[in-house]
Design a protein around this ligand. Sequence first.
Ligand SMILES: Nc1ncnc2c1ncn2[C@@H]1O[C@H](COP(=O)(O)OP(=O)(O)O)[C@@H](O)[C@H]1O
Ligand SMILES: [Mg+2]
Length: 276
Amino acid sequence: MLENKLLITGLSVSYFLHNKNINAVDNVSIELKSCESLGIAGESGCGKSTMVSAIMRNISPPGKITGGRIFLDGEEITKLSDKEFDSKIRWKKISIIFQGALNSLDPVYPIKSQFKDLFESHGQLYDNNKVITILENVGLEKSVLQKYPHELSGGMKQRVVIALALLLEPDIIIADEPTTALDVLVQAQIIKVLKKLKEKGISIILISHDLALISALVDKIGIMFAGKIIEFNTTKEIIFAPKNEYTKNLISSTPQLRKKVQEKKFKVNAKNLKDF
Ligand SMILES: Nc1ncnc2c1ncn2[C@@H]1O[C@H](COP(=O)(O)OP(=O)(O)O)[C@@H](O)[C@H]1O
Ligand SMILES: [Mg+2]
């Protein structure tokens, strides 16, 4: 049996505002085996970004993690100090591509400096060969290193961000809405890049409001609604045999998925006819 790569139990996060509290993540539990990829889908505001930010300890006031335990390869990482988490886990075991990250590349430095900074912040020397290999993995040429962010297209910037996330060879990459700001063709290219990484054995956690996009990549899907994971299953079960009414509505409101389900039903019916 495959070991748990990532185990999250009872994760809860609230935002304490002056007039009310928002329970943005409410008792969420997730289990991910080695090399498995996971998708989290749900409408805007359901708590997806808060959940992954909590995994990465990126919640700041008025937000607060109010409960939960997180285990990575069997070790409870919620017990680590922030310093230990930063030196052992962040970038090295789990990297995150934050929502909107492609617009957060520092505009005043060429791309090479952004790689250099990341190496240096982990006490490592800039390794040009390694950077070039990683750039190749995400479909970029080494000439991007001399360029400034504003000289790159959105798709190229997102590839740079993915390359940065890969730099210290993490086992898990969390990508929060990595394609939202991109046009459809470029979205497909970015999903292809993530697919290639998955084939190399990296677990991808893909967050999106777009269930069709998620289902093209991941093995398991969690459907999130109002801070809770309301359905969690394999991609196949979620798409073709959803149990929760909300999941069913989400699928029927996604044209590509509606078509997929109808094609499958047609195939099943045709098979039944042949039996007679
Ligand atoms: N910094 C914040 N301060 C207050 N409320 C927040 C903050 N960030 C998110 N929220 C609230 O938490 C809920 C979940 O937000 P978020 O995690 O961004 O959802 P999603 O990523 O699914 O769109 C929403 O109601 C949102 O308004
Ligand atoms: Mg979000």
